[in-house]
Design a binder for this molecule. Structure first.
Ligand code: PEP
Ligand code: MG
Length: 530
């Protein structure tokens, strides 16, 4: 028996047999032809991968196709063939490592996680060049724990999840593709378990504890019995939690609390609704912009919002307008470098300076409001004037659509995020101008405590449950309640089970959380005691 440990894991318990995925990372001997020959070989591999990707459905594969079309990728490989004496295969391996390390250095967690996509695209290219495109998951036995160096989107696309109990990988982080998939499939995962491939053999008995981040290989009978007892408790609790997902969440004093989902794309909207969310409390529209290499057109945005509205089938879909700046970059906007990006040109400040950009988005949102219960939410508000100006632009868009005879919901609700100290302090004035408040505790905490949300050196100050933050939250809730408008929380604090009684006690009407937390939060609300 051996026990291994990692700090990066996705919650849950599983027992299963190891199914090891080994990739041959050595090149072996591959003969190199003339430059022309190798260039041709590369371009026909490109063509065949392009065809494969075009035939697959899903946002991930559309993003891979786009990556493949990027001249930076092809030039990098072709230059290695032309100038470094490499064959197409070696050139692809080298370009892959160079691009992957470039992404790894980016100071943005979301973009850093795109390393998986780079490796995946090159994996396909190399498979096409070497003619080895076997699906390693074809004969996977029921009850398997997948153990691999890393797992890429094309791997998970080929998997039958009903046979998989858990993932264990040597590489990756909690924002890697494998973590996202584990969370959305409700499968536990141990990520970044260095050296595990040396410790585990195919078919070994594995006990995966994603909650503690531990892996037991070939357990002795005592560990095995203890783990089964844990599994039994886990199953009982998760049955009760799952049962709460599609019901109403009611606080001990009889008030219904809506539990919404947070989403960054259409798949996440669908998953949240499928997991019992009462609607979408935060659709982070900036991810739609970040996936593109130029501003998405009105039509492209309209289609995305309309599809999301359809998934919500009558439940609220709260679309937050572009929240770029701070830690979210949009390179093609060519914004100047700032010394204090979190205190700078971001979110609504950009939208009001660039009405062309804002109006394109508002028109798309308004058009989608004809297909569901769509709401508009303005991020990073700090003055009353910002709200008034944004509303004027929204009214302009409505007039344009009237002239064009395009349908939309004239009574669309317009709300704001309370995520700056100014907005919390002015909440009583702001409440008179809008239909709802949503408190963004991620930013509100960093601005109230003057502690960067991404800086681990000040992590002890960055505490949403600090008295100062709670007072700001309380001010916003009181102002909303007095004005008779609903108020919710959409920051990560809403998913924190230890914060639930505090937030309910302060008087929130809704909590907007990540999809897998919907059932847990509803269960938590229903089992609170006064
Ligand atoms: C927040 O600030 O709490 C929030 C929900 O917005 P984001 O995390 O996208 O900045
Ligand atoms: Mg925010």
């Amino acid at each position: 028996m051996k026990t291994l440990h990692t700090n990066s894991s996705i919650d849950g318990l599983a027992r299963g047999k190891a199914f090891i995925v080994r990739r041959d990372s050595t090149l072996g001997h591959i003969s190199v032809g003339t430059i022309d020959y190798e260039l041709k070989k590369f371009s026909s591999a490109l063509l065949s991968v392009r065809e494969d990707l075009s035939s697959l459905e899903g946002d991930v594969f559309a993003a891979h196709l786009e990556m493949l079309e990027d001249p930076v990728l092809t030039e990098q490989v072709e230059n290695h063939i032309r100038f470094d004496g490499m064959g197409a295969v070696e050139a692809s391996y080298s370009a892959c490592e160079e691009l992957a390390s470039m992404f790894n250095e980016i100071d943005d967690e979301y973009l850093r996680a795109r390393v998986d996509d780079v490796r995946d695209v090159f994996g396909r290219l190399i498979a096409a060049l070497t003619g080895s495109s076997d699906n390693p998951f074809k004969d996977i036995p029921d009850g398997s724990v997948i153990v691999a160096n890393e797992l890429l989107p094309s791997d998970t696309a080929a998997m039958d999840f009903s046979k998989i109990r858990a993932f264990v990988t040597e590489k990756g982080s909690v924002t890697s593709h494998v973590s996202i998939i584990a969370r959305s499939q409700g499968i536990p995962a141990l990520i970044g378990l260095k050296g595990c491939l040396e410790e585990i053999n195919d078919g070994d008995e594995l006990l995966v504890n994603g909650t503690l981040g531990t892996l037991v290989v070939n357990p002795d009978s005592e560990s095995s019995i203890q783990f089964d007892a844990l599994l039994a408790i886990g199953e009982k609790t998760s049955e009760m939690i799952s049962a709460a997902a599609f019901g109403r969440a009611v606080s001990p004093d009889g008030k219904e609390i809506l539990v919404y989902g947070n989403a960054g794309n259409i798949d996440e909207v669908r998953i949240a609704i499928e997991r019992g969310a009462d609607g979408i409390g935060l659709f982070r529209s900036e991810f739609l912009y970040m996936q593109e290499s130029s501003l998405p057109t009105e039509e492209r945005q309209f289609e995305a919002y309309r599809d999301a509205a359809r998934y919500c089938s009558g439940k609220p879909l709260t679309i937050r307008t572009l929240d770029i700046g701070g830690d979210k970059a949009l390179p093609y906007l060519n914004l100047s470098k700032e010394d204090n990006p979190f205190l700078g040109f971001r979110a609504i400040r950009i939208s009001l300076k660039r009405p062309d950009l804002f109006k394109t988005q508002i028109r798309a949102i308004l058009r989608s409001s004809a297909y569901g219960n769509v709401r508009i939410m303005l991020p990073m508000i700090s003055t009353l004037e910002e709200v008034k100006k944004a509303k004027e632009l929204i009214v302009d868009c409505m007039a344009e659509l009237d002239n064009e005879d395009v349908p939309y919901n004239e009574n669309i609700e317009i709300g704001i995020m309370i995520e700056t100290p100014a907005a919390a302090i002015l909440a009583d004035l702001l409440a008179g101008e809008v239909d709802f408040f949503s408190i963004g505790t991620n930013d509100l905490t960093q601005y109230i405590m003057a502690a960067d949300r991404g800086n681990s050196d000040v992590a002890s100050l960055y505490d949403p449950k600090n008295q100062a933050v709670l007072r700001a939250i309380g001010m916003a809730i009181d102002a909303a309640t007095k004005a008779g408008i609903p108020v919710g929380i959409c920051g990560e604090m809403a998913s924190d089970l230890s914060a639930t009684p505090i937030l309910i006690g302060l008087g929130v009407d809704s909590l907007s959380v990540s999809a897998p937390s919907v059932a847990q939060i509803k269960y938590r609300i229903n089992t609170l005691e006064i």
